[in-house]
Design a binder for this molecule. Structure first.
Ligand code: COA
Length: 166
Protein backbone atom coordinates (compact mmCIF):
# COMPACT_ATOMS: atom_id res chain seq x y z
CA UNK A 1 0.00 0.00 0.00
CA UNK A 2 1.62 3.32 -1.04
CA UNK A 3 2.43 6.14 1.33
CA UNK A 4 0.41 9.30 0.66
CA UNK A 5 1.22 12.93 1.37
CA UNK A 6 -1.54 15.40 2.15
CA UNK A 7 0.08 18.83 1.71
CA UNK A 8 -1.18 22.27 2.62
CA UNK A 9 -0.50 25.35 4.69
CA UNK A 10 -3.19 24.63 7.34
CA UNK A 11 -3.42 28.17 8.72
CA UNK A 12 -5.46 26.98 10.56
CA UNK A 13 -6.53 23.40 9.78
CA UNK A 14 -10.32 23.22 9.40
CA UNK A 15 -12.93 20.49 9.57
CA UNK A 16 -12.65 20.36 5.77
CA UNK A 17 -8.99 19.32 6.09
CA UNK A 18 -9.74 16.77 8.84
CA UNK A 19 -12.48 15.27 6.69
CA UNK A 20 -9.95 14.69 3.89
CA UNK A 21 -7.33 13.34 6.35
CA UNK A 22 -9.83 10.81 7.74
CA UNK A 23 -10.87 9.69 4.26
CA UNK A 24 -7.24 9.40 3.14
CA UNK A 25 -6.41 7.33 6.24
CA UNK A 26 -9.20 4.97 5.19
CA UNK A 27 -7.49 4.48 1.82
CA UNK A 28 -3.77 4.43 2.64
CA UNK A 29 -1.72 2.74 5.39
CA UNK A 30 0.48 5.78 5.88
CA UNK A 31 -0.67 9.35 5.35
CA UNK A 32 1.76 12.18 5.99
CA UNK A 33 0.04 15.50 6.57
CA UNK A 34 2.67 17.78 5.13
CA UNK A 35 2.75 21.36 6.36
CA UNK A 36 4.37 23.84 3.97
CA UNK A 37 6.92 26.25 5.38
CA UNK A 38 7.72 28.17 2.24
CA UNK A 39 4.47 29.58 1.00
CA UNK A 40 4.11 33.15 -0.22
CA UNK A 41 1.20 33.45 2.22
CA UNK A 42 1.36 35.63 5.30
CA UNK A 43 0.59 33.32 8.22
CA UNK A 44 -1.51 33.92 11.33
CA UNK A 45 -0.02 30.85 13.05
CA UNK A 46 3.62 29.81 13.19
CA UNK A 47 4.69 26.47 11.77
CA UNK A 48 4.94 25.08 15.34
CA UNK A 49 1.39 26.21 16.12
CA UNK A 50 0.03 24.70 12.90
CA UNK A 51 1.78 21.39 13.62
CA UNK A 52 0.47 21.42 17.21
CA UNK A 53 -3.12 22.05 16.07
CA UNK A 54 -2.93 19.13 13.65
CA UNK A 55 -1.38 16.89 16.31
CA UNK A 56 -4.04 17.74 18.91
CA UNK A 57 -6.91 16.84 16.60
CA UNK A 58 -5.36 13.84 14.87
CA UNK A 59 -4.41 12.45 18.30
CA UNK A 60 -8.13 12.34 19.09
CA UNK A 61 -9.05 10.33 15.96
CA UNK A 62 -8.81 6.96 17.66
CA UNK A 63 -5.93 4.49 17.55
CA UNK A 64 -6.86 2.86 14.26
CA UNK A 65 -6.82 6.09 12.28
CA UNK A 66 -4.20 8.09 14.16
CA UNK A 67 -1.69 5.23 13.87
CA UNK A 68 -1.77 5.71 10.08
CA UNK A 69 -1.34 9.49 10.12
CA UNK A 70 1.95 11.35 10.59
CA UNK A 71 2.58 15.07 10.55
CA UNK A 72 5.65 16.66 9.00
CA UNK A 73 6.88 20.03 7.85
CA UNK A 74 8.45 20.57 4.46
CA UNK A 75 10.41 23.19 2.65
CA UNK A 76 11.06 23.28 -1.07
CA UNK A 77 9.40 21.19 -3.72
CA UNK A 78 6.67 18.80 -2.68
CA UNK A 79 7.88 16.06 -5.03
CA UNK A 80 11.35 16.14 -3.44
CA UNK A 81 9.79 15.64 -0.02
CA UNK A 82 7.63 12.82 -1.46
CA UNK A 83 10.76 11.07 -2.77
CA UNK A 84 12.49 11.49 0.63
CA UNK A 85 9.51 9.87 2.34
CA UNK A 86 9.10 7.18 -0.27
CA UNK A 87 5.57 8.47 -0.94
CA UNK A 88 4.08 7.81 -4.36
CA UNK A 89 0.72 9.54 -3.87
CA UNK A 90 -0.26 13.16 -3.25
CA UNK A 91 -3.77 13.53 -1.86
CA UNK A 92 -5.74 16.68 -2.58
CA UNK A 93 -9.31 17.54 -1.62
CA UNK A 94 -11.63 18.77 -4.36
CA UNK A 95 -14.35 21.15 -3.28
CA UNK A 96 -15.74 23.08 -6.21
CA UNK A 97 -15.22 23.31 -9.95
CA UNK A 98 -13.04 26.32 -9.16
CA UNK A 99 -10.56 24.01 -7.39
CA UNK A 100 -10.32 21.73 -10.39
CA UNK A 101 -8.33 23.90 -12.77
CA UNK A 102 -5.73 24.84 -10.13
CA UNK A 103 -5.51 21.27 -8.87
CA UNK A 104 -5.04 19.82 -12.36
CA UNK A 105 -2.32 22.36 -13.06
CA UNK A 106 -0.48 21.36 -9.85
CA UNK A 107 -1.04 17.65 -10.42
CA UNK A 108 0.30 17.83 -13.98
CA UNK A 109 3.30 19.92 -12.96
CA UNK A 110 4.09 17.52 -10.10
CA UNK A 111 3.80 14.60 -12.50
CA UNK A 112 6.15 16.33 -14.92
CA UNK A 113 8.64 16.76 -12.09
CA UNK A 114 8.22 13.19 -10.83
CA UNK A 115 6.33 10.86 -13.17
CA UNK A 116 6.09 8.04 -10.60
CA UNK A 117 4.07 10.22 -8.18
CA UNK A 118 0.31 10.29 -8.72
CA UNK A 119 -2.17 12.83 -7.39
CA UNK A 120 -5.38 11.37 -5.98
CA UNK A 121 -8.37 13.69 -5.54
CA UNK A 122 -10.84 13.10 -2.73
CA UNK A 123 -14.26 14.74 -3.02
CA UNK A 124 -14.82 17.07 -0.05
CA UNK A 125 -17.82 16.62 2.18
CA UNK A 126 -20.57 18.95 0.96
CA UNK A 127 -20.63 20.66 4.37
CA UNK A 128 -17.16 22.03 3.73
CA UNK A 129 -17.13 22.97 0.06
CA UNK A 130 -17.25 26.70 0.73
CA UNK A 131 -14.78 26.60 3.58
CA UNK A 132 -11.20 27.74 3.57
CA UNK A 133 -8.72 28.93 6.17
CA UNK A 134 -9.07 32.61 5.18
CA UNK A 135 -12.83 32.53 5.84
CA UNK A 136 -12.24 30.89 9.22
CA UNK A 137 -9.63 33.52 10.19
CA UNK A 138 -12.01 36.29 9.11
CA UNK A 139 -14.93 34.91 11.11
CA UNK A 140 -12.71 34.49 14.17
CA UNK A 141 -11.37 38.04 13.82
CA UNK A 142 -14.96 39.32 14.01
CA UNK A 143 -16.00 37.05 16.86
CA UNK A 144 -18.42 34.94 14.76
CA UNK A 145 -19.21 31.37 15.88
CA UNK A 146 -16.82 28.73 14.56
CA UNK A 147 -18.83 25.62 15.47
CA UNK A 148 -18.80 22.99 12.74
CA UNK A 149 -16.04 24.84 10.87
CA UNK A 150 -13.04 23.93 13.05
CA UNK A 151 -12.51 21.58 16.03
CA UNK A 152 -12.88 23.14 19.49
CA UNK A 153 -9.11 23.13 20.13
CA UNK A 154 -8.49 25.12 16.93
CA UNK A 155 -11.33 27.53 17.77
CA UNK A 156 -9.73 28.17 21.18
CA UNK A 157 -6.41 29.08 19.56
CA UNK A 158 -8.15 31.42 17.12
CA UNK A 159 -10.07 33.18 19.89
CA UNK A 160 -6.88 33.49 21.94
CA UNK A 161 -4.90 34.87 18.97
CA UNK A 162 -7.44 37.59 18.22
CA UNK A 163 -7.90 38.52 21.87
CA UNK A 164 -4.08 38.97 22.12
CA UNK A 165 -4.08 41.32 19.13
CA UNK A 166 -7.10 43.21 20.47
N1 COA B 1 -11.51 21.96 3.22
C1 COA B 1 -11.45 23.24 3.57
N2 COA B 1 -10.52 24.11 3.12
C2 COA B 1 -9.61 23.62 2.26
C3 COA B 1 -9.61 22.29 1.85
C4 COA B 1 -10.60 21.44 2.37
N3 COA B 1 -10.71 20.17 2.01
N4 COA B 1 -8.58 22.11 0.99
C5 COA B 1 -7.95 23.30 0.87
N5 COA B 1 -8.58 24.21 1.65
C6 COA B 1 -8.27 25.62 1.75
C7 COA B 1 -6.97 25.89 2.46
O1 COA B 1 -7.17 26.07 3.85
C8 COA B 1 -6.50 27.15 1.82
O2 COA B 1 -7.13 28.26 2.41
P1 COA B 1 -6.46 29.70 2.39
O3 COA B 1 -6.00 29.97 0.99
O4 COA B 1 -7.56 30.56 2.81
O5 COA B 1 -5.31 29.61 3.35
C9 COA B 1 -7.03 27.06 0.39
O6 COA B 1 -8.10 26.14 0.45
C10 COA B 1 -6.02 26.59 -0.59
O7 COA B 1 -5.49 25.37 -0.10
P2 COA B 1 -4.32 24.64 -0.79
O8 COA B 1 -4.56 24.56 -2.26
O9 COA B 1 -4.05 23.38 -0.06
O10 COA B 1 -3.14 25.65 -0.69
P3 COA B 1 -2.15 25.80 0.40
O11 COA B 1 -1.62 27.17 0.20
O12 COA B 1 -2.73 25.45 1.73
O13 COA B 1 -1.03 24.70 -0.01
C11 COA B 1 0.78 23.76 -1.31
C12 COA B 1 -0.41 24.71 -1.29
C13 COA B 1 1.70 24.01 -0.13
C14 COA B 1 0.29 22.33 -1.26
C15 COA B 1 1.52 23.98 -2.65
O14 COA B 1 1.74 25.35 -2.83
C16 COA B 1 2.86 23.26 -2.71
O15 COA B 1 2.91 22.07 -2.95
N6 COA B 1 3.95 24.01 -2.49
C17 COA B 1 5.31 23.47 -2.49
C18 COA B 1 6.13 23.99 -3.64
C19 COA B 1 5.92 23.12 -4.83
O16 COA B 1 6.19 21.94 -4.85
N7 COA B 1 5.43 23.77 -5.89
C20 COA B 1 5.15 23.11 -7.13
C21 COA B 1 3.72 22.62 -7.11
S1 COA B 1 3.20 22.39 -8.76
Amino acid sequence: MPTALYPGTFDPPTNGHFDIIERAAGLFDRVIVTVALNSSKKFLFSIEERLAMLEEVIGSFGEDLSSRVEIARFNGLLVDFAREQNASVIVRGLRTLGDFEYEMQMALMNRRLASQINTVFIAADERYIHLNSTIVRDLARHGAPLDELVPASVAQRLVARFSESG
